[in-house]
Design a protein around this ligand. Structure first.
Ligand code: SP5
Ligand code: ZN
Length: 341
């Protein structure tokens, strides 16, 4: 079955020029072009249906984010004339009545998710895509690709960071979880700290992530093997960190198979894939060495689970090949989903 494709209502905005990494200005890799490039490439492959997503109720954001966080991004975004970066990071304080100067840092993990005039709209449009996609899955569509941008998996319930504001995959998983169990497979090269944390105490949503070992890659503070869930959620979080230097197709494939075996054992009703193409050999993140051809192989193995699957776009920054890498992954899904149990 060919994946149905949903993309944002509008996407030519929210274009920060830099993030700050280790004290230095670094290029901001998440650009509006990414959406256009992916769309242009996958259009060539004739997917079942490609559509702009519809607007969705703001209340769906509150499934995984606090009201004060969503309201802050909305208000602060609308009143900002230029991109705003935090200066202080207050922790464990009562934030009632504190000025925006303090709040911006309170709601931030890092200096990689600034807020400008169109940030809320871009993040909301991105979440709308995944909400519409989850609804398509509930309507009976077997494979849906949500072309989300900005990405979401680093966003926690009240924290933005790593280009992420609203956790698209988590919102979708929470919607689907009202109708059955859900597994989230996070394939972005960075650990999906937000997704992990949001579901950390839940047994009805299994979170599995394959990523560059946090000891030498962003986000650094989570993604370790010993993080296995808490309370009811113990045993329902699996991290598979891989070495930064030596991970190519073969090494990755072993990890993917371990991930898939665990998902199969959990036997979810729905699968959400956080798809990052920043595992690519030419990606500027310079971590893993996966190839265009391998994305197809990976997808065909995931498709063998034969679960209704929502693929959510996360990272991937080598623009020349980003489109073909997504297309390769989506094409790998086509061959194996004909019979679904
Ligand atoms: C969604 C997502 O992929 N977010 C990633 C955020 C990463 N931010 C830190 C980037 C540091 C990149 N440094 C690259 C150095 C190699 N030249
Ligand atoms: Zn990433």
């Amino acid at each position: 079955m060919k994946p149905e494709v949903l993309y944002p209502f509008a996407y030519d905005y929210h274009n920060p020029q830099f993030e700050i990494e280790n004290g230095y200005q670094e290029q901001y890799w998440d650009t509006p072009e990414r959406v256009a490039i992916i769309l242009a490439e996958i259009e060539k492959f004739g997917h079942t249906k490609m559509a702009r997503s519809e607007q969705q109720p703001e209340s769906d954001l509150l499934r995984v984010h606090t009201k004060d966080y969503v309201q802050f991004i909305k208000r602060f975004s609308q009143q900002s004339e230029s991109l705003q970066y935090p200066s202080v990071f207050p922790r464990a304080i009562d934030i009632t009545g504190k000025p925006d100067y303090a709040l911006l840092g309170y709601y931030s993990l890092d200096l990689g998710a600034p807020i400008g005039p169109d940030t809320y709209l871009a993040a909301k449009n991105s979440a709308d895509v995944v909400i519409s996609a989850a609804n398509r899955i509930l309507d009976g569509q077997r494979v849906v690709y949500a072309l989300c941008r900005p990405p979401g998996h680093h966003a926690e319930k009240d924290k933005m960071g790593g280009y992420c504001y609203f956790n698209n995959a988590a919102i979708a998983a929470d919607i689907l979880s009202e109708h059955g169990t859900v597994a989230i497979l996070d394939l972005d090269v960075h650990h999906g700290n937000g997704t992990q944390r949001i579901f950390y105490k839940r047994a009805d949503v299994l979170t599995v992530s394959i990523h560059a070992h946090p000891k030498d890659a962003y986000p650094g503070f989570s993604g370790f093997e010993n993080e296995m869930g808490e309370g009811n959620g113990i045993g329902f979080n699996l991290n598979i960190p891989l070495p930064k230097e030596s991970t190519g197709n073969e090494e990755y494939d072993i990890a993917l198979n371990l991930a898939l075996r665990n998902i199969e054992k959990f036997s979810p009703n729905f699968l959400v894939v956080s798809l990052g193409l920043d595992t690519y050999i030419k990606d500027p993140m310079q971590l893993f060495k996966l190839t265009t051809e391998y994305y197809k192989v990976a997808a065909s193995q995931i498709a063998r689970l034969k679960k209704p699957t929502l693929i959510v776009q996360e990272g991937g920054y080598f623009l020349d090949d980003l489109g073909i890498n997504v297309a390769s992954f989506l094409n790998g899904f086509q061959s194996n989903t004909a019979v679904i149990s």
